[in-house]
Design a protein around this ligand. Structure first.
Ligand code: VG1
Ligand code: CO
Length: 544
């Protein structure tokens, strides 16, 4: 088979963000766009000749075409074997699981996660290393540098392969093995949780669950695990068929976009437990009957109840959370006497802590939770963790969370997103905040005393790498906090994220509505950053 060296030239803007390179499908379909980036990945790697690459995606529009292109390029670049999910499907956590279990050199995951799909939607690609986790910045920086210097990409002269049936075929000197996308991941999850106990709960006539796969990648995983292995009624999984455009929806499991689930869980005859996952299956949303669990609280509750779950019964090594995530998990870590870590946003920053055995559980306020079983956040894992806790405690989701607040206090928390803001306005707002940092501490504004103000920088405790400019943090004298940062996953304009947090020890005040409890902070955020004036937005696009 002919290896073709195709001349090409750099394409601007191929800089990976929080989680890989994300652009509009129309951008990815430009000649050479995907090829340049994939070659830049391969050119940043060493010693992969003859080794195994894992390949799969969330099934969104363009997934199948991109996979065929990448297979040809992997063969031309000298990989020995590619393990590709059947029909090109692998959820992000499943890809991480397969990389680890099969000791692959690395993997390529095609996904724009929670971003919408379809011909006018978004597409994305990211590289994961041999530990199964997202490439650290050292590698993503090298990939970006390669995209700016590229002169050729390598491919082979071959047609498309049939990826519908499991089994092996040859592509030039490389073996392509089509694997079951679900089995390895489901088997791993079965080792962590008490499947017998969860099965008893799910088969009980007095317990009902609703899992919304949002027409994204978790449909087949949910069917296999909840329905086939655990015996939940088939109707427990809704929107379970993955569609290239996610049925026109926005596969982001939050109260705004998971509208069907929220309606179901707030109806008079609501099920006992509701959950959803995102485009690529790494996020989770947990909902009780008429009760939404904030992701930051969910991490804290999982940590506090980990001893009830077989895979974590021996204790946690530590708990890591991204900086904007609420400090609820820190309180649990302190009570357990284990270390807590605060990292920049994005799962790639947890990899070293997990590899070094410093952390067992990790979480982000954006509905991502996971553990050292893989090196990605894991939506179905989080759902099983909750089910395991519910099965053991026999209480409602709401009762468990309220009991948690009673014990540890409540970290009122909310994130306000302003999507599609003019980039210059968003950058101007951040610059204005950065310029005011030095003068803020000690100031009194509308009755609040500002205790600290900085732009979050992180020194990795394992390899000493430093990451700067990760978000402006403003701390108040009463322990409340406002964080401002710009999203690194969007494809249109800028998304401003404002994270608000206030601790309340007094259980008598735990039932106050969240936005009301945070109202003084919301007003202060606007005053300090000039959100309305600078963005022209009176309201956030999404509140979580
Ligand atoms: C967002 C979230 C972040 C998450 C990232 C990838 O990033 O805030 O917590 O790790 O998405 O999640 P940003 O830069 O837009 O805030 V996913 O489910 O895309 O893989
Ligand atoms: Co995701």
């Amino acid at each position: 088979m002919n290896i073709v060296s195709q001349p090409t030239s750099p394409i601007a803007g191929q800089k990976p963000g929080t989680s890989g390179l994300r652009k509009k499908v129309t951008v990815f379909r430009q000649p050479g766009y995907l090829e340049n980036f994939v070659q830049a990945i391969f050119d940043s790697l060493e010693g992969f000749e003859g080794k195994t690459l894992v390949l799969g995606g969330d099934g969104r529009f363009h997934n199948d075409t991109a996979i065929q292109t990448i297979l040809r390029m992997a063969a031309a670049n000298g990989f020995g074997r590619v393990l590709v999910g059947q029909r090109g499907i692998l959820s992000t956590p499943a890809a991480s699981c397969v990389i680890r279990k099969r000791q692959a050199y690395g993997g390529i995951i095609l996904s724009a996660s929670h971003n919408p799909g379809g011909p006018e939607g978004d597409f994305g690609i990211k590289y994961n290393t041999g530990n199964g986790g997202p490439a650290p910045e050292k590698i993503t920086d090298a990939i970006y540098a390669n995209t700016q210097a590229i002169t050729r990409y390598l491919t082979v002269d071959a047609g498309d392969l049939d990826l519908a049936r499991p089994g092996a075929t040859q592509l030039g000197g490389m073996t392509v093995e089509v694997i079951d996308p679900v089995a390895d991941h489901a088997d791993l999850l079965a080792t962590l949780f008490d499947f017998n106990r969860i099965a008893t709960l799910l088969r009980s006539p007095t317990f009902r669950m609703c899992f919304d796969a949002m027409h994204a990648v978790t449909g087949p995983y949910a069917h296999e695990i909840f329905v086939k292995r655990l015996g939940a009624p088939a109707a427990s999984v809704i929107n379970g068929v993955p569609l290239p455009d996610f049925g026109g929806g926005h596969p982001d499991p939050n109260p705004t976009y998971a509208e069907t689930l929220v309606k179901t869980m707030f109806a008079a005859d609501a099920p006992d437990f509701g959950a959803a996952s995102d485009g690529d299956g790494d996020r989770n949303m947990i909902v009780g009957r008429r009760f939404i669990v904030t992701p930051s609280d969910s991490l804290a509750v999982l940590a506090a109840n980990a001893q009830l779950v077989p895979g974590y019964a021996n204790g946690l090594k530590g708990i890591a959370r991204s900086m904007p995530t609420s400090a609820a998990a820190d309180r649990v870590a302190a009570a357990l006497g284990v270390a807590s870590y605060e990292t920049p946003t994005g799962w790639k920053f947890f990899g070293n802590l997990l590899d070094a055995g410093k952390a067992t559980l990790c979480g982000e306020e954006s509905a991502g939770t996971g553990s050292d079983h893989v090196r990605e956040k894991d939506g179905v894992w989080a759902v099983l963790f909750w089910l395991n806790i519910l099965a053991v405690r026999g209480e409602s989701v709401e009762a468990i969370v309220r009991d948690h607040w009673q014990r540890y206090g409540r970290n009122f928390y909310s994130r306000h997103d302003y999507e599609g803001v003019d980039s210059a306005a968003a950058n101007g707002l951040m610059q204005h905040l950065r310029d005011s940092l030095a003068a803020l501490p000690g100031q009194r504004v509308d009755g609040h005393t500002i205790a600290s103000a900085d732009d979050f920088a992180y020194t990795d405790p394992v390899d000493g790498s430093v990451t700067t400019a990760q978000g402006v943090r403003i701390g108040l004298a009463d322990g409340s906090r406002i964080v401002f940062r710009l999203s690194g996953t969007g494809t249109e304009g800028a998304t401003l994220r404002v994270y608000l947090e206030r601790f309340e020890a007094d259980a008598a005040k735990h039932s106050v509505e969240t936005q009301q409890a945070l109202a003084p902070l919301i007003a202060l955020a606007d005053k300090l950053a000039g959100i309305r004036a600078r963005t022209g937005r009176a309201q956030p696009t999404v509140i979580t």
